[in-house]
Design a protein around this ligand. Structure first.
Ligand SMILES: NC(=O)C1=CN([C@@H]2O[C@H](COP(=O)(O)OP(=O)(O)OC[C@H]3O[C@@H](n4cnc5c(N)ncnc54)[C@H](OP(=O)(O)O)[C@@H]3O)[C@@H](O)[C@H]2O)C=CC1
Ligand SMILES: O=C(O)[C@H](O)COP(=O)(O)O
Length: 509
């Protein structure tokens, strides 16, 4: 049960979830709260402290200063040990955390448990990967470069972020992970674990929808015994506290996952490393020689899992005209078998996260219908619940050909050449993932190389997992690369120490 047992200290007597600072769960001095609306009932299910008065943020970020310095001196194996403990506690308490995901973001019950277990696995893998890659460095000699004798030895290693005090007196210490609503646990730990193994402190800003799941996850790190003040979690709407956090002089690294907000943040954040995983319009190109049963299964899984609320969802199908009718029939037959209803009942299609999201999705559908798209199913909506819809004969003048619904509606564009399909994908502002279905591996590789996206899946739907794979977006889909190793590297700095010898030294004797 959320907020009970080992989690009872994260909620106050009035039923308001607290924020986490300096090793304690605290009520906000603002005295205000933020309601979290259950997408299924459209009623308030939880309340979190609308924390973070500017005074509170200032104190939170500065507190990380001393703690971060001592954490950076903690041996790698000890950092890893604590991460393994947090991973085990996460998995031990997967049920109450999954319950929060069901109630806050209408994630189907089974998928909710999977997200928590996957997060525990990510934290453990990160602990091991961190010990490996942060335990290695480089040794370079000077005479490998023209004009040099062997008078210099260069030792390089990966160090944590501590940067000396700035003229303004602020020491830039803290990492700022900002995850989105659709994976408030997994896309939080995908930032938290690399930051911690790399020796950083952090201030987590969880999504409003998903905040309580994130707070339960933070408590698992608290129970694991991380030093007080190393991890903080501030609650409150991003629109109200986000800018103050992202532009705070004490923040020296931002890892964000979400929508266009990330583009705005990247323009405001200043001279700090950014890791941005943003939206996508993942294209699925179906060639004439494709295995259409395999393609149909992946289009339904890829396009409708978690009601299409995944940045890696299949967002547009580009199918060769000659096989389009057969493919659409196969997809329709599978869509008809999708269960629609409550996340508690493990339905395939559950309510989208907010009413505004449902309204946005509806707008895209209406625009496509008005412009002549074929609705393969009757458009149906009850509150935030939208029945799965395949839109055939979509054309480039329709908004849904380009915009990201983040919902259970999927456009099909019929093409007459592979180039047409690739050109459509590359004309998008997004460049996250794409996929191609063909039996010809040579064609698949050529298409993969031609697609301007961070990843191309061959004969499978787009996906971020497994979480150790590099995961990146091009163009408006992101900055930098996620995935455990790349995240660890992005959250460290390279330090060179050069030993200068008075005379050249080559070999013994
Ligand atoms: N590429 C990827 O891996 C992913 C991309 N996305 C994309 O994100 C969108 C949906 O996710 P959603 O969570 O709604 O995205 P948003 O961009 O609305 O929110 C993402 C996070 O940013 C916070 N935030 C909002 N405003 C600010 C601000 N001014 N400063 C700092 N933080 C802020 C939000 O907090 P709050 O909730 O309080 O507003 C939330 O925690 C879709 O476009 C989807 O494609 C989503 C998941 C993964
Ligand atoms: O942001 C998202 O939606 C996730 O990165 C998608 O992850 P998944 O492909 O593992 O669902």
């Amino acid at each position: 049960m959320a907020g009970s047992g080992v989690f009872k200290e994260i909620i106050d007597k009035d039923g308001v979830y607290k924020f986490y600072f300096d090793g304690e769960w605290r009520k906000s001095s603002s005295g205000k709260t933020v309601p979290i609306i259950n997408p299924t009932t459209r009623e308030t299910h939880f309340r979190v402290a609308r924390s973070c008065t500017q005074e509170e943020v200032k104190k939170i970020v500065e507190t990380s200063k001393a703690v971060q310095k001592s954490w950076a001196k903690t041996p790698l194996w000890k950092r890893a040990e604590l991460l393994h403990k947090a991973a085990a506690i996460l998995k031990e308490h997967k049920a109450p955390i999954a319950e929060c995901l069901v109630k806050e973001i209408a994630k189907p019950a089974k998928d909710a448990v999977t997200e928590v277990v996957r997060s525990g696995d990510l934290v453990s893998y990160c602990a091991e990967e961190g010990v490996r890659i942060l335990g290695e460095g480089q040794f370079l000699v000077s005479d490998s470069f023209p004009g040099n004798e062997r008078t210099k030895y260069c030792l390089t290693s990966k160090v944590t972020f501590t940067i000396s005090a700035f003229p303004t007196g602020c020491v830039r210490e803290s990492h700022l992970p900002i995850p989105p609503f659709n994976y408030p646990v997994n896309l939080a730990v995908s930032k938290i674990a690399p930051a911690l193994i790399a020796g950083n402190s952090l201030v987590l800003k969880p999504p409003t929808q998903g905040a309580v799941a994130a707070l339960h996850m933070v408590h698992c790190f608290h129970l694991a015994g991380f030093p007080k003040g190393l991890i903080s979690c501030v609650t409150g709407k991003g629109s109200e506290i986000g800018d103050f956090l992202t532009m705070h002089p004490g923040i020296n690294c931002i890892s964000f996952t979400g929508g266009d907000t990330g583009i705005a943040i990247s323009k405001k954040a200043g001279m700090v490393p950014l890791q941005m995983e943003l939206g996508g319009k993942d294209g699925c190109i179906i060639l004439e020689d494709a295995d259409l049963d395999l393609a149909a299964a992946n289009i339904v899984k890829g396009g409708f899992s978690y009601s299409g609320q995944r940045c890696t969802a299949v967002k547009v199908v580009l199918v060769m005209e000659s096989v389009a009718n057969t493919l659409v029939e196969k997809v329709q037959a599978k869509v008809a078998k999708l269960s629609v209803g409550r996340p508690e009942d493990d339905c395939d299609i559950t309510p989208v996260v907010t009413e505004s999201s449902a309204n946005f999705i509806e707008g895209l559908v209406m625009d496509a219908k008005e412009k002549g798209a074929t609705c393969c199913q009757e458009y149906k909506r009850e509150g935030n619940l939208i029945w799965p819809l395949l839109l055939d004969n979509v054309r480039p003048d329709m908004r849904i050909a380009w915009e990201e619904p983040f919902g259970p509606v999927l456009p099909v564009i019929r093409i007459n050449s592979v180039e047409e399909g690739i050109n459509h994908c590359n004309a998008s502002n997004f460049g996250l993932q794409g996929c191609v279905f063909t039996r010809d591996i040579n064609k698949a590789i050529l298409i993969s190389d031609a697609m301007e996206t961070g990843t191309v899946q061959i004969n499978s739907a787009p996906a971020r997992g497994p979480d150790h794979f590099p995961f990146q977006g091009l163009k408006d889909s992101g900055i930098g690369s996620q995935g455990i190793t790349n995240s660890i590297n992005m959250m460290t700095k390279t330090k060179s120490t050069v030993i200068n010898l008075p005379t050249p030294s080559y070999t013994v004797g």
